[in-house]
Design a protein around this ligand. Structure first.
Ligand code: ARG
Length: 459
């Protein structure tokens, strides 16, 4: 191999091409991890300052100086003024370099007893916790928008379909709240991914521990994690797995959104015209002046495909990767970040679209051909004493004589739990409240831990 010039990095000289290839997009992607890595580093240095080690690895004053410098770095990153170079490789070495520039020898002692492997795993879990809380809030907001629409048009008749064929009387309330409840169900899956991420890998070092009395329980508590991951090798191996669990969880709201988008594309076609999407949510054609296209909904279908693809991508990367850290893991970062950004953007735009959705009552009622009432009619015959199968055949044999019934009456007649006239909107409101309280409590727990962590300890 013809050698290109070497580049000097924090960890030695590396061939420039090799450096560029191995660093990949980390200098850009890692900008989103800087603040989280600063918290992880603050916890690590605080733990070192409390370690029963003679002489002390960090005095309280030295610890405070490092934590103050970390806070300054996080603030620079938030203001878009922190740069990661290719020679830094990633945010972890960029932060160590900056600490050394600011604090000299103190900065050179920060990496005592840790590895970039537990460092990056910790930063990613902190980032992921925050992102998943944001995703859950956005899922709750969309569920709320759907429920508001459902409640406003609770008894507005809408043909219920199976195989896309007209099936039975239904309502706009039933249709819209079905997607709301779907999202609330999906939220449970995303919360499971949050709980999966909420254990602390820090202190596992390169997955094999260190011959120092590392206080892993302290590290977990300092960062607001539920508990430390017990086995240090598992702590390392759970990188990638945590991402896989998260991205596959995000597939669930995307699958729900994609079906909602498909329904909207269909039911806003001129041939149906059940709903109108606000004009500003549609795009026109460069040639056909009459066009208003439901591009947002179409792209949501595409984004769902993308997130499912990313989920497969992360899982495929992990399959048969040997235990312990492997650089392959670096490539799960971009897939995770893209899945989160895509899902969250889709949730936000759909929430706005649903907020502007307008039903067209005449069109919704006009779609009730007599056949839609066939099952209700058969059940009327059952009420008169006929066996259901006989009633079924009687109606089926005389479909052309089937009289249209009143759609509004048909909607009002289904009063049992969860049917068109049995929807419990108070239960849904309580469910939304519960989800909000839970995410707020999780966020407060983390914020309290970070506020405590960043305070000086020397007197
Ligand atoms: N940027 C790297 C990653 O994302 C950091 C860990 C590098 N560790 C190592 N042993 N080379 O995986």
């Amino acid at each position: 191999m013809k050698k290109t010039t070497d580049t000097k990095t924090v960890v030695g000289r590396i061939d420039a091409d090799v450096l560029a290839f191995t660093v990949g997009k980390d200098p850009v992607l890692d900008l989103d991890l800087v603040a989280w890595d600063c918290y992880g580093s603050a916890a690590h240095v605080t733990m070192l300052s409390r370690m029963p080690h003679k002489p002390r690895l960090f005095s309280a004053a030295e610890r405070d100086a490092v934590v103050a410098a970390l806070a300054a770095i996080a603030a620079e990153a938030a203001a878009g003024r922190f740069a990661i170079t290719a020679a830094d490789q990633d945010c972890h070495l960029a932060i160590e370099r900056t600490l050394t520039e600011k604090l000299g020898d103190l900065g050179r002692r920060v990496h005592t007893g840790r590895s970039r492997n537990d460092q990056v795993a910790t930063a990613l879990r902190l980032y992921l916790r925050d992102q998943l809380l944001g995703s859950m809030d956005e899922m709750t907001a969309l569920a709320e928008a759907l429920l508001k629409f459902a409640k406003r048009h609770a008894r507005l008749p809408m043909v219920g379909r199976t195989h896309l064929q007209p099936a039975m009387p239904s309502s706009v309330g039933l249709w819209a709240s079905s997607y709301a409840e779907g999202l609330l169900d999906d939220l449970g899956v995303v919360r499971a991914a949050y709980d999966f991420a909420d254990r602390c890998p820090l202190g596992s070092a390169a997955s094999y521990g260190v011959p120092l009395p590392t206080d892993r329980a302290f590290l977990a508590e300092a960062l607001g994690f539920r508990e430390p991951i017990h086995n240090v090798l598992h702590a390392g191996n759970s990188r990638g797995k945590t991402e896989s669990v998260a991205v596959s969880a995000l597939c669930q709201p995307m699958l729900t959104l994609s079906r909602l988008a498909e329904d909207l594309i269909l039911f806003t076609m001129p041939e149906f015209d059940y709903f109108a999407i606000p004009r500003e949510f549609c795009t026109g054609s460069s040639i056909m002046p009459q066009k208003y296209n439901p591009d947002v909904c179409e792209l949501i279908r595409a984004k769902a495909a993308k997130v499912v693809g990313l989920s497969t991508g992360v899982a495929t990367l992990l399959k048969a990767m040997p235990g312990g850290y492997n650089r392959d893991l670096q490539d799960t970062k971009e897939m995770l970040m893209e899945a989160l950004a895509t899902t969250r953007a889709s949730l936000r735009i759909m929430t706005r679209l649903v907020g502007g959705l307008v039903p067209v009552p005449e069109k919704l009622r006009a779609a009730f051909a007599p056949g839609v009432f066939a099952t209700d009619r058969a059940l009327e015959l059952v009420a008169g004493g006929m066996a259901f199968r006989d009633a079924y055949h009687q109606v089926r044999d005389h479909l052309d004589e089937l009289a249209a019934m009143d759609p509004d009456a048909a909607v009002a007649a289904k009063t049992h739990l969860g049917a068109t006239a049995g929807l419990d909107f108070a239960m849904y409101a309580a469910w939304l409240r519960h989800e909000r309280q839970t995410t707020n409590a999780d966020r407060r727990r983390a914020d309290r831990a970070f506020a405590k962590l960043m305070k000086p300890i020397a007197d």
